[in-house]
Design a protein around this ligand. Structure first.
Ligand code: HEC
Length: 150
């Protein structure tokens, strides 16, 4: 009887730990992409024609509305935008952490909302945990959503 009670307690404790971990898992689509969309995407949309029919290219050639774009983009010195498991090497995080007056700081001052320290920490945590995009591959509404905000 005593052993059964012990087992039950261990079982409850393990159950508790598992559910905490599940809650800790960062959801890219719900928690990370919205801050990318708010601060970065207006300059890093895929190539498209704007409302006046002008061709618009992603700044620096970097598309941030697709998983492929985020994973394959590299900075001028070949730094990967995202290095799963290593937020310090991830160029996206580096540029937001540079001094605001550095020409490589993004977003440029006054052009979009800066990431807060909390957002930077969340992004770092997501990268360090392996940069799991879940089932997300692309924001198909990005061009229309950004145009609607102008
Ligand atoms: C107002 C427009 C604008 C916004 C907003 C913007 N960027 Fe950029 N970004 C650029 C331009 C322009 C370049 C190309 C710069 C160059 O090659 O000199 C660039 C290049 C980059 C690079 C490549 C840096 C390198 O080492 O070559 C990264 C990384 C980047 N942006 C990340 C971001 C992130 C992350 C955000 C949002 C937090 C963001 N950008 C928001 C305009 C923008």
């Amino acid at each position: 009887m005593r052993n059964i009670t012990k087992l039950a307690i261990v079982g409850l404790a393990l159950g508790g730990i598992t559910s905490v971990n599940a809650q800790d898992k960062i959801d890219f689509e719900k928690e990370i992409y919205p801050m990318v969309k708010k601060s970065c995407v207006k300059c890093h949309l895929p190539e498209h024609e704007d409302e006046r029919g002008r061709k618009r290219k992603p700044k620096g050639g970097h598309v941030m509305t697709t998983k492929v774009g985020l994973m394959e983009s590299e900075g001028e010195e070949g730094e990967k935008f995202i290095v799963p498991g290593d937020s310090k090497k991830s160029r996206i995080l580096q540029v937001t952490l540079l001094p605001i007056d550095d020409e490589m700081h993004f977003p440029p001052e006054g052009k979009a909302d800066q990431w807060t320290k909390t957002q930077q920490a969340l992004f770092a945590k997501w990268v360090d945990a392996g940069a799991d995009f879940g089932s997300w591959t692309e924001d198909k509404n990005a061009i229309a959503d950004i145009a609607a905000k102008k």
